[in-house]
Unconditional design. Sequence first.
Length: 126
Amino acid sequence: MNKLPSIFYFLFGTITFFTACQQEVSPATDLPDVSFNQTVMPIITSNCTASGCHGSERTENFTLLSYDDVINHGGVSAADARGSKMYRVITTPVSGSVMPPPPNQPLTDEQTAQVYLWILQGAKNN
């Protein structure tokens, strides 16, 4: 007796069942809102402004001291994390390193995820 058709129907049925039961999950809407003031700004303060790079008017670089600074100077495109300059510079090597530059430590995976979700959720001033 040829078992190939019964195995085929079993696999087809199983794949169809599991595919039909899956829901598309949007990380931006299914997770609690990431707060700019409580989550994102402390990440920026401890990693970007404390090092002297973006925390003083005296620096050659731009400042990241407020929500407006982050949006304008960070090149944040609300709901488009991968299209936002800020997300790209903390995840993609620029001149051999990601921001913040050495000797500072790069952002942790959790910090990077929080920035990503905040932008994806609309980069709200909350």
